[in-house]
Design a protein around this ligand. Structure first.
Ligand code: GDP
Ligand code: MG
Ligand code: ZN
Ligand code: ZN
Length: 366
């Protein structure tokens, strides 16, 4: 079992530090944690009708933890980061929804009601009202906690849990103060969401200026002809990770990084019949198709070279040893108005997650 980090204070959570508390009399229950059978203990003080719920709490910050947190086969240590406006909130929502409905056979559920409520609200906005999620205020970081189960050997369920912070990475300058840094430092993988429209040469290829405007956060359409912006972006990404994980500037970053271009719907017409335009095969075939992922990676690289973003690529390659490119669209179609979506058919949103799951041997690969 990998280390579990408290999503509130980012300290390690162990069976020695966490404790049960009675919500009736607020007393700390002195007893071993029910790690094996997962049964919640009863409060010895509160009897009969006075019996109240017992909750598991973090020993460092006293926030409530999911009471089954120790029962997982694996804690999936990854983080999703991206600048404000890169598409995080919409991506996280559609990624979870697709995971729930995918044919991978996963059973996906929220580990607490805050996660569930938040998710339902965002999902409703996107899938029912066809409005992009307004998402979080910049700076607000919400820990989502999800449990994933899949059938294992001998009718056992294999369970995994993951925490995703919506808002992580929005403000690089606040990185030093941010507790999320310790989370990123403990991550074995990082999904870096990049709005391709923040690459100037890419943005120029989009003909329909309305669609472009509807895909950017309010007030971000101005034409800033800054050809250095892309290189800065790559360097900022690298220094963000370096700072979080406390890595030397003189070495390439070895943590596997999924550089995930969001809003790929805006660019798909430029890719003709290429692999990136096709529906993802990983979930359909219930295994990670390495060939498909490599092809998509190559196509994105080729595309960036072609439009004149070679320096961005060079900068990525100079800083990252294990960078893999992905192209996703949370909506699958370009918006048809200000805060107005077409039918929602998320495109390849699970690819980065499947890439991680394959490396963690949660799914097979070929
Ligand atoms: N065209 C298009 N626009 C998107 C997509 N995902 C997000 N957006 C738009 O990008 C803007 C920022 O998205 P949001 O998820 O709030 O970004 P966050 O600040 O990183 O959480 C919003 O205007 C969204 O409508 C996408 O897949 N396609
Ligand atoms: Mg957001
Ligand atoms: Zn009690
Ligand atoms: Zn804590």
């Amino acid at each position: 079992m990998s280390d579990i980090l408290c999503p509130y204070c980012f300290e390690k959570v162990t069976t020695k530090t966490a404790y049960f508390e009675c919500t009736g009399c607020n007393s700390k229950l002195i007893m071993p944690l029910g790690v094996k059978n997962g049964k919640l203990p009863k409060c010895p003080k509160c009897k009969g009708s006075a019996v109240k719920r017992v909750v598991l709490k973090c020993g460092a910050c006293s926030n409530e933890l999911p009471n089954d947190i120790f029962q997982y086969k694996k804690y999936i240590p990854f983080s999703i980061v991206g600048l404000s406006g890169s598409g995080k909130t919409n991506y996280i929502t559609t990624m979870i929804q697709e995971l729930k409905t995918s044919r991978c056979g996963f059973d996906v559920s929220a580990m607490n009601s805050a996660t569930n409520n938040r998710f339902l609200e965002e999902k409703n906005s996107i899938y029912k009202e066809l409005k992009p999620s307004e998402g979080t205020n910049s700076g607000e970081i919400i820990p989502y906690q999800w449990r994933i189960r899949k059938p294992g050997k001998m009718s056992r369920l294999e369970s995994y849990c993951m925490t995703i912070f919506d808002g992580a990475g929005e403000d690089q300058t606040q990185m030093m103060d941010s507790d999320v840094a310790s989370y990123i430092a403990a991550s074995k993988y990082v999904i870096f969401l990049v709005d391709p429209m923040s690459l100037y040469k890419v943005k120029q290829t989009v003909q329909d200026k309305d669609v472009l405007e509807w895909s950017l956060p309010e007030g971000k359409v101005e034409e800033d002809d800054d050809s250095d912006a892309s290189i800065n972006l790559a360097q900022d990404m690298a220094s963000y990770i370096r700072q979080a994980a406390n890595l030397k500037v003189t070495r390439k970053i070895e943590i596997p990084i999924a550089i995930c271009f969001t809003k790929i719907d805006l660019l798909l017409d430029q890719f003709g019949q290429q692999q990136i335009t096709k529906p993802s095969p990983h979930t359909r075939e219930r295994k990670f198709k390495t060939g498909d992922a490599n092809l998509v990676n190559d196509e994105i690289r080729q595309y960036l070279e072609q439009v004149g973003e070679g320096p961005f690529l060079d900068s990525i390659d100079m800083n990252f040893k294990n960078a893999h490119f992905f192209g996703v669209s949370s909506f699958g179609n370009v918006p048809i108005g200000e805060k107005q979506l077409n039918t929602v058919e998320p495109h390849r949103v699970l690819d980065p997650l499947m890439w991680i799951f394959a490396q963690e041997k949660i799914i097979d690969k070929d």
